[in-house]
Design a protein around this ligand. Structure first.
Ligand code: NDP
Length: 451
């Protein structure tokens, strides 16, 4: 058995209650096979065995009091996975599905994603099984304060800098940062995604969605294609989905789908800017559901269905797909139907939205496939730029940040493509991104000796 397969077998034996983490590790490790023999020093220093084990896992209880005066208890996590190339960096997810395996999968992915941005950031992730949906603002505030009451001692601008993710948007970041400031009595760049009034960066809210579109543009350009006039599918209706649609509209594409955890809408005429404004208000302020969109604009709504299921069952043609909701949204059957219905490009806004079978379908059918750790790295890249601006005590204009984001996404694309060519799988961005992200971290770990 190869070194890589040994590491996978060991993980399967030791971490068998963490399927998402095993899936993410398997995907990365398998794609490193083409480079193993070229780097015997990595084998000798057991870099592959070491990189799959977090530096540390922090787990804590989060007790808080709801509006009825009842005590509620949630589980809190921060997995500080690897800080070889910079302070730990990665978002916080508040969602009932959160458990240690999910946070480890996200933290592991973050190591390579952050490395790809070319900025000095290590990999981490955190969160809680708290569900902000249906909670009052006061309840969300009480929870965020209770969460920060423990988290604050583990983070710092040179140590670990969390940000948002599913269920953690501008409101939650405000409450978390406000409480950090209260306890520590110091303004510090200890969270990113902050409001503009207290150290946030322009373009941070837009960065992940815009970045996923910029990455798609780069992939399409290798075949002389563009997004203009293309029919696109986007899933989810949160931060990433919203700004993916905005950028696609600016570039003349037509987005025909959106979803939330209750169902999917299909709007064949396209979700234009006016409809997008309705979504921003619905999702970010009224915190309503997608069926309200269907009622307002008189379009079909499919309750309890994912975008990709609806596209398959209704045989809807889309040319470019931006899965932007959550992990494992797209399985083999949905990927096969995407291909059958003319999809030429998949740019992942979410983390690991395509399962391993779906990825194989894309690769077998020559679909341009931008894996999440490359395609959605724009968010953490602008978080890195937020940290730089905080350190310099100044802020860049919208145009400057957008320009830097575009350069970073181009570089991620080029580095991934070049690595895919150098290791004998040209155009395979999955292998290219994993190898390019891994090499920098592995070389740093090697330089540090056995620590
Ligand atoms: P949000 O919380 O803003 O939005 C998430 C969207 O996905 C919501 O529409 C939500 O619906 C839907 N969703 C979440 N879980 C499920 C589920 N189990 N089933 C069906 N729908 C679901 O999160 P983001 O937009 O920030 O994140 C989306 C994805 O992008 C995640 O995979 C995240 O890790 C990834 N990502 C985010 C980055 C960022 O900067 N925000 C950066 C890089 C990656 P509902 O409202 O009903 O829950």
């Amino acid at each position: 058995m190869s070194i890589i397969q040994d590491v996978i077998a060991n993980l399967v034996e030791k971490e068998n209650g963490q399927p998402e983490f095993i899936q993410a590790a398997r995907e990365v490790l398998n794609s490193l096979e083409p480079m193993v023999q070229k780097h015997p020093d990595f084998i000798k220093a057991k870099i592959y065995d070491r990189i799959v084990i977090p530096d540390r896992v922090i787990m804590f209880r989060v007790p808080w009091v709801d509006d009825q005066g009842e005590v509620q208890i949630n589980r809190g996590y921060r997995v500080q996975f690897n800080n070889a190339i910079g302070p730990y960096k990665g978002g916080l997810r508040f969602h009932p599905s959160v458990n240690l395996g999910i946070i480890k999968f996200l933290g592991f992915e973050q190591i390579f994603k952050n490395s790809l941005t070319t900025l000095p950031m290590g990999g981490a992730k955190g969160g809680s099984d708290f569900d902000p949906k249906g909670k009052s603002d006061i309840e969300v505030m009480h929870f965020c304060q209770a969460f920060m009451r423990e988290l604050y001692r583990h983070i710092g601008e040179d140590t670990d800098v969390p940000a948002g993710d599913i269920g953690v948007g501008a409101r939650e970041i405000g409450y978390l940062y406000g409480y950090y400031l209260k306890i520590v009595n110091a303004n510090a760049s200890v969270l990113t995604g902050k409001g503009l009034e207290f150290g946030g960066s322009l373009i941070r809210p837009e960065a992940t969605g815009y970045g996923a579109v910029y990455f798609a543009l780069e992939m399409l350009a290798t075949r002389g294609l563009d997004v203009q006039g293309k029919v696109c599918a986007v899933s989810g209706s949160g931060n990433v989905a919203q700004y993916t649609i905005e950028k696609l509209n600016q570039l003349g594409a037509r987005v025909v789908t959106l979803s939330d955890s209750n169902g999917t809408i299909v709007d064949a005429a396209g979700i234009d800017q006016e409809k997008l404004h309705f979504i921003l208000e619905l999702k970010n302020f009224r915190r309503g559901r997608m069926n309200e969109y269907a009622q307002k604009f008189n379009v079909p709504y499919y309750p309890d269905k994912h975008v990709w299921e609806v596209l398959r069952e209704q045989n809807i043609k889309v040319e470019i797909a931006f899965p932007s909701a959550h992990e494992n949204e797209i399985d083999r059957a949905n990927a096969e139907s995407l291909v059958k219905n003319g999809c030429v490009c998949v740019s992942e806004g979410a983390n690991m939205p395509s399962n391993l079978d779906a990825i194989q379908v894309y690769l077998d059918n020559n679909v341009l496939f931008g894996p999440g750790k490359a395609a959605n790295a724009g968010g953490v890249a602008v978080s890195g730029l937020e940290m730089s601006q905080n350190s310099m005590r100044m802020s860049w204009s919208r145009e400057e940040v957008d320009q830097k984001l575009q350069v970073i996404m181009k570089n991620i694309h080029r580095n991934s493509l070049e690595a895919s060519e150098a290791y004998g799988v040209p155009g395979n961005y999955l292998v290219g991104a994993n190898i390019a992200g891994f090499l920098k971290v592995a070389k740093a770990m090697l330089a540090y000796g056995i620590v």
